[in-house]
Design a protein around this ligand. Structure first.
Ligand code: CAA
Length: 248
């Protein structure tokens, strides 16, 4: 039996493009993967599609913008599956627009889904990780949190904020066997990127040295690495996977 079978990985925003790839790759490595969702109908459809592809994922309802909702979800996961050893903070949204036109709602929704969520989810699982002397927190940020993007003051602020969180928490729990890292994907071929107008998207792709969008699997492979024992000395890091779009 693979030793990873005993480790439980919680992936937020699991039903999206990158989230699905992360769930599958972690399951391939023998982790017990639990998937967070907010929309039941979409999650059930996703669960059935995963089953058809040979993956059996338990799904757990939780609104990552709510501390109380996440608390209830984590308690249920602990009772039904076990304590969370690996947390992948992957849930995220965009509400793009020029700052001059940005509404307070556009700002708040993106900050709460993309950044408050990181506090809410991490806060509920970190105590037990510290007690057990092992844990992995993996925050899925973005190249646009590193370099900025026209039309994304809200998203870039939240994604940059994630890495500030990563660096500080990494210092606090490093001696407890818990690592905290950020992974910053560039433009990946998911619904989120495909929602950008084709003309703008093509201009963006032309500016990526590798000359293509990344794939969800290319991100998921790095999550597998960060989850592993081999990555035990990597903490507080920001891993860039962006086709050379932002080098520094
Ligand atoms: N640099 C400079 N000026 C720009 C610009 C840019 N990159 N993009 C647009 N503009 C200018 C236009 O030329 C135009 O100027 P004029 O008014 O002088 O003609 C003006 O901005 C258009 O402004 P509007 O407010 O009317 O813009 P819009 O409604 O047409 O669209 C936008 C604005 C929604 C931000 C659009 O430009 C856009 O979708 N940009 C891409 C945003 C993006 O990359 N989002 C990433 C989503 S995927 C993701 O986030 C995943 C990840 O992590 C990578």
């Amino acid at each position: 039996m693979d030793k990873n079978n005993k480790l439980v990985a919680l992936v937020t925003g699991a039903t999206g493009g990158i989230g699905s790839a992360i769930c599958k790759k972690l399951a391939d490595q023998g982790y017990t993967v639990v998937a967070n969702y907010r929309n039941l109908a979409k999650a059930q459809e996703w669960q059935n599609a995963m089953k058809a592809a040979g993956y059996n994922f338990a799904i757990f309802e939780g609104d990552v913008t709510s501390y109380e909702s996440v608390g209830g979800m984590v308690a249920k996961i602990e009772a039904e599956v076990g304590s969370v050893d690996i947390l992948v903070n992957n849930a995220g949204i965009t509400k793009d627009g020029r700052f001059l036109k940005m509404s307070p709602e556009q700002w708040r929704e993106v900050m709460s889904t993309n950044l408050d969520s990181v506090f809410n989810c991490t806060r509920h699982v970190i105590g037990k990780m510290v007690e057990r002397g092992f844990g992995r927190i993996i925050n899925i940020s973005s190249v646009n949190g590193q370099r900025g993007q026209f039309g994304q003051t809200n998203y870039s602020a939240a994604k940059a904020g994630m890495h500030g969180f990563t660096k500080s928490l990494a210092m606090e729990v490093a001696d407890k066997g818990v690592t905290v890292n950020t992974l910053s994907p560039g433009y990946i071929g998911t619904d989120m990127v495909m929602a950008v107008k084709e003309e703008i998207r093509n201009q963006i792709i032309a500016g990526i040295p590798v000359k293509r969008l990344g794939t969800p699997d290319e991100i998921a492979s790095a999550v597998v690495y960060l989850s592993s024992d081999a990555a035990g000395f990597m903490t507080g890091a920001n891993l860039s996977i962006n086709g050379g779009q932002h080098v520094y």
